[in-house]
Design a protein around this ligand. Structure first.
Ligand code: ADP
Ligand code: MG
Length: 331
C-alpha cells in the first residue's frame, strides 16, 4: 500500500470532523489505543447495533463514495433511533481492495457530514485489505427501561409510521435510472436520490416515543416484513389499511401498483413503525405540529401475523413480504 495503515487512519479517520462531530463528554478514550472507553451515567443503558454493507447487496456497484460514507452511518444510526436511543459513538471496520486516496477522501467527507448530522463521534475501527466491505457499529444510550422494543404491542393499540413509505425503493430506481417516469420533475428525482443515499434516521421522534409507544422498529426490510417482526415478538396481529399508507409527492409519479408494491415491500425507508396505546392518540397531532410526519396506518388485535386490507377487507399475507438475505431456497 502506498500509504501505510496508520497514515491512512490518521489522514482520513482520526480527524476532528469524525472524532469531535458531537459533544465528546461520554468518550473517556477514543481512537489510538487497543479499545475505546465510554462513560455512561448510572441511570443509562448502553444500546449497541452493528450493520454490514456490501457492494451489490446494500448499495449499487456504481456509487459515489461520499454518498456511501453518509449512507453507511445513517442506516446504522437508524437502529439507535428505533431503540429510542441517543447516539454516543461509532466504530468502522473497513476492508479495502487498495489504497485509493480520492476514494478515501470522498468517503471520509460523506461519513463526516453524517457524523455531524446525527451528532455521533468515531471512536475506533479496523482497517484491512480485501474486497470492499464496511462494518459500522453504533453505540447509544437510553434511560433504563425506556428502550423501544419489538415485544410490547397490545390489542387495541394503534399502528403508526413516522414518515412516507416507498421512497427508499423509488430512490434506488432513480439512482439506477430504472423506469423513471417521464412526468417526475427534477426536484422529485433529487428528493428520491437523497432518500436513498441520505436516509434520515428518526432520532428525535424515537426519543419522543420513550415511555409512550408500546413497540417499535425502523422499516429497513419493507413495511410488511418489519410489521411481521413486531407481530411475532409481541404475539399479536397487526391490521394494515393500504389506503392509509403515506406516500411522498415524488412517489405518486409512478403507476399506482408500483407505488403500493414499494410502500409494502420496498424497504430502505428508515422511518419508524410503532404501536401506541389508545390514550396516547392526542400526541399524534402534537408530533405532527412539531414536524414529525406521523400517520396511523392500522391497528393491533389479538391473534398473529399481519393482515392487509387493499379495499376488500383484511386478509392474511401470502407470498413475499420483503427483503431477506437467506431464503429457504438458498439453504
Ligand atoms: P489493534 O491492532 O490493537 O486492533 P489497530 O492497529 O487495528 O489496533 O488500530 C489502531 C487504532 O486505530 C485503534 O484505536 C483502532 O480503533 C483505530 N482504527 C483502525 N482503523 C480505523 C478506522 N477505519 N476508523 C477509525 N479508527 C480506526
Ligand atoms: Mg486491528
Amino acid at each position: 500500500m502506498a500509504l501505510d495503515e496508520f497514515a491512512l487512519i490518521g489522514r482520513y479517520f482520526r480527524t476532528a470532523e469524525l472524532e469531535r462531530a458531537a459533544d465528546p463528554s461520554a468518550i473517556a478514550l477514543g481512537i489510538g489505543d487497543d479499545a475505546a472507553l465510554l462513560q455512561l451515567a448510572a441511570d443509562q443503558q448502553l444500546v449497541i447495533s452493528t450493520d454490514s454493507l456490501l457492494a451489490g447487496v446494500h448499495f449499487p456497484e456504481q456509487y459515489p463514495p461520499a454518498e456511501l460514507g453518509y449512507r453507511a452511518l445513517a442506516v446504522a444510526v437508524s437502529d439507535l433511533a428505533a431503540m429510542a436511543a441517543t447516539p454516543l459513538a461509532f466504530t468502522l471496520a473497513l476492508s479495502l481492495p487498495k489504497v485509493d486516496e480520492p476514494w478515501l477522501q470522498a468517503f471520509s467527507r460523506g461519513l463526516s457530514v453524517a457524523a455531524r448530522d446525527f451528532a455521533i463521534n468515531l471512536i475506533g475501527g479496523d482497517t484491512t485489505r480485501g474486497p470492499l466491505n464496511l462494518g459500522v457499529s453504533v453505540f447509544g444510550q437510553v434511560p433504563r427501561g425506556q428502550a423501544l422494543r419489538r415485544d410490547g404491542a397490545r390489542g387495541g393499540d394503534l399502528l403508526c409510521v413516522g414518515g412516507p413509505l416507498g421512497d427508499g425503493a423509488a430512490g434506488l430506481a432513480v439512482v439506477q435510472r430504472r423506469d423513471v417516469p417521464a412526468g417526475l420533475p427534477l426536484v422529485g428525482q433529487d428528493y428520491l436520490q437523497q432518500r436513498f443515499w441520505r436516509p434520515q434516521p428518526q432520532l428525535a421522534l424515537g426519543q419522543l416515543l420513550r415511555g409512550v409507544a408500546t413497540a417499535g422498529l425502523d422499516v429497513s426490510d419493507g413495511l410488511l416484513a418489519d410489521a411481521e417482526h413486531i407481530a411475532r415478538a409481541s404475539g399479536v396481529a397487526l391490521h394494515i389499511d393500504a389506503a392509509r399508507l403515506p406516500a411522498s409527492e415524488a412517489l405518486v409519479s409512478w403507476p399506482e401498483r408500483q407505488q403500493l408494491e414499494w410502500m409494502l415491500r420496498g424497504g430502505d425507508d428508515y422511518v419508524l413503525l410503532f404501536t401506541l396505546p389508545p390514550a396516547a392518540k392526542p400526541r399524534i397531532a402534537q408530533w405532527c405540529a412539531a414536524g414529525h410526519a406521523v400517520s396511523v396506518i392500522g391497528s393491533v388485535h389479538a391473534g398473529d401475523g399481519v393482515l392487509l386490507d387493499v379495499g376488500k377487507g383484511y386478509a392474511p399475507l401470502s407470498g413475499e413480504r420483503g427483503y431477506q438475505h437467506f431464503r429457504s431456497s438458498d439453504d
